[in-house]
Design a protein around this ligand. Sequence first.
Ligand code: DGY
Length: 410
Amino acid sequence: VTALDQQARKILRGNDRGGYTVPTDGLYPYQWNWDSAFAAWGFAQFDVERAWAELETLVSGQWSNGMIPHILFHKPDPGYFPGPDVWGTEGKGPVLSSGITQPPVAATFALATHEADPEAGLPRLRALYPKLRDWHRWFMTWRCEDGMIFVTHPWEAGRDNCPDWDTAMAAIDPVGVGEYTRRDTSHVDPAMRPTKEDYDRYIWLVQRGKRLGWDDAAMADDMPFKVADPTMTFILLRACRDLGRMADLLGEDRAEIDGWIDRLTEGAGRLRNGKGVFDAINLNTGAHSGHLSCASYLCWYAGIESEDMLACLDKAFEDTPYTIPSHAFGTEEFNPKRYWRGPIWGILNTLTGIGLAEMGHEDRAARLRRATADLIAEHGFAEYFDPLTGEPAGGGTFTWTAAIWLAWAS
Ligand code: DGY
């Protein structure tokens, strides 16, 4: 156990609020869905019991339609906006929550937690399994078109302000959004965060969901924001494979899951644009975004090979001192500091590295892992990093950066 391992464990312990972990103190004071699943994976490296508790608290917020929300508001915190009153989801789930979901990495990290202590973990896995299956089924019912998973709010994909959403965001006129006070920019330099134009639309979409009572059918009728997303499609495809492995371990029937895997595999192929790059599709226009992003590289994680993407990755290694930028270097939109428009996110590097290694690209996987480890060792456990200078950006002492250090990078 090195000094950095100790530091990473201390961050996880420090961000523990009792059964769940906040992404970082201040900026994100609640339980976030995929942050929490990464936290479980980090805890599984030294405290398996705590890892199970994290996942169990996450699924405790599941709605009756199967959706597991992107934020669970366990305790009020005035330091965050938009809080529960803005979302207006009372009565939808057992815990106050947001009304949208987030990338479903939980099944994958539940399986990893089980592997850390299989015998003791089997009953825990058995209890989680139907909840994760119902969540995946909700995705396939309400968020799937032609085998592609689409998002209905930029926050759903986790990549809040990435250029993949620009055309869909521009088509929204956030009329009537009213006055509100952002809290994020009091914690972090506004130049590292989404713009006011972005926030007006984020809040406008939340107000619309609230007005429609977060009813899936009502919301699906006419979606102002509907973008097929490589993050969600690749991650769900991967998570369904892991859910299938779980079903095998538990002796459950997996036919339905295999059907999802087939549909998603076909859908993932549709995300490939004319240049062979996996990108997003604005389903309200049918147009590909044309953007190479960190989500494009998740193909291997989903078990999909691509020579074009290998070539993009090799170029990305040469383009900037640090890899992988969340949006391709040398493009008009690239911004090394602004959240998902350029900065490096360790969790995306991790999923990409896992996929590369599994698909036989061990050299590239090792290179990416080393690069990510160096970034953390030199610049700390930041939320994200500037790909030109390596400088830390966003929140500090960040849970998922500590988690990937322990589980993958170190
Ligand atoms: C935020 O508040 O910035 C989050 O990304 C929303 O999930």
